[in-house]
Design a protein around this ligand. Structure first.
Ligand SMILES: *Cc1c(COP(=O)(O)O)cnc(C)c1O
Length: 361
């Protein structure tokens, strides 16, 4: 019996995407092998974090990098970095809850379910703009002596109501405040590993390690300017400071290094073709009368194609898919549509997904 059988936990087919609640992603052999190797020795965690960061920075064409226990951790750590600048006296005041109030500017269209991590990082959100639009003067009007930086969420699905990063970078540079970009789920394309930081000049850029990178589920990555990465480091484990609670282990660090190397060397065109082939297979095998269409972007606005299926009652169908055997998970944020995505589909599962759907529809 494997561990899930022993615990009585039901394995699922993931036709949704790299959702944390479903286990993120599955680690390839080279990632598991790196974790296994790392588990065999004691090392100095400061040295491992430093050298793994330098290695990843080199591989991803960045100035500096730091490994976290997830992108939400990376949000907390980057806010601690902004508030303290890595100055130990400031870190001491932060621990004593004795720092003056710190603010971070966020466009309303960038309010996301993950932003409680900003509060955990000790900053107050100052919202600018609204659900329809945002103007540069609104961002400028929000800047004051408490402003520690601007938090920007990347993704084409959030662009309609917000200023682009280029515009935000211009304002930030005029007022000399740093910009932190949450790019958690913006891989692929692989270029995003350096695009926001190197091409557009963002100070810190944050990624999940356990989504498309297929690193350990509890890993994340910060890339960016060297002095800001150093400020992050001063707040993090193994130091016994604020973010000690967000410790990342030697195995996760090793796994993320291997995952980033793999992702850099991956044949992304053939990966896209594999996804497109599954999408095509689904479209041609859904039974007659089902209304379905290909979407070229996924729920995070990434270039990962998927299939939208029109249904009578989405909630009901989702429950039926969950309780079918094997259990199937799909994306559902609409009353009358579901989406099935190819990126987490394993061998032989595409067929099970379409057959089950045909039975239930
Ligand atoms: C997934 C996600 C996060 C959280 O990342 P974890 O690695 O799960 O901690 C933060 N921000 C965005 C935009 C995300 O999609």
């Amino acid at each position: 019996m494997n561990i899930y059988e022993r615990l009585g936990v039901t394995p699922k087919i993931n036709a949704a995407t790299t959702y944390t609640v479903l286990g993120g992603s599955l680690m390839p052999e080279e990632v598991l092998e790196a974790m296994h190797q790392a588990s065999k020795n004691f090392i100095d965690m400061h040295e491992l974090q430093q050298k793994a960061g330098e290695h990843i920075a080199g591989v991803t064409k960045n100035e500096a990098a730091y490994i976290t226990s997830g992108c939400a951790s990376a949000i907390v750590l980057s806010m601690l970095a902004l508030s303290t600048k890595g100055d130990l006296r400031q870190i001491g005041r932060l621990i004593n809850d004795d720092l003056p109030e710190a603010e971070v500017i966020v466009q309303t269209g960038h309010r996301i379910p993950y932003d409680p991590a900003l509060a955990l990082g000790g900053v107050k959100i100052v919202e600018v703009g609204d659900a329809i639009q945002t103007f540069p003067w609104q961002v400028e009007a929000a800047i004051n002596e408490k402003t520690k930086g601007i938090f920007f969420v990347a993704g084409s699905h959030l662009e309609h109501a917000t200023l682009p990063l280029e515009e935000i970078m211009k304002i930030a540079s005029n007022y000399e405040i740093p910009v932190v970009v949450d790019a958690a789920a913006q891989l692929p394309p692989v270029e995003n590993l350096w695009h926001f930081s190197q091409d557009l000049g963002a100070d810190l850029v944050l990624f999940s390690g356990g989504k498309a990178l297929r690193g350990p589920q509890s890993s994340g990555l910060i890339v960016g300017k060297k002095h800001w990465i150093e400020a992050v480091r001063q707040n993090g484990a193994p130091f016994q400071r604020q973010a000690r609670a967000l410790k990342v282990g030697k195995e996760e660090i090793a796994g993320l290094v291997a995952a980033v190397e793999r992702f850099m060397n991956l044949d992304h065109a053939s990966e896209l073709k594999r996804h497109a082939d599954i999408v095509q297979f689904w479209l041609s095998n859904l039974k007659q009368g089902v209304i379905a269409q290909k979407d070229d972007l996924n729920e995070a606005g990434q270039p990962v194609p998927r299939v939208m299926v029109k249904v009578g009652n989405a909630l009901q169908l989702v429950e039926k898919l969950k309780s079918s055997n094997p259990s199937i998970e799909v994306v559902h944020n609409s009353r009358d549509k579901i989406w099935i995505s190819p990126d987490c589909i394993q061998e032989n599962e595409a067929e099970i997904v379409v057959n089950t759907l045909n039975q239930l529809l």
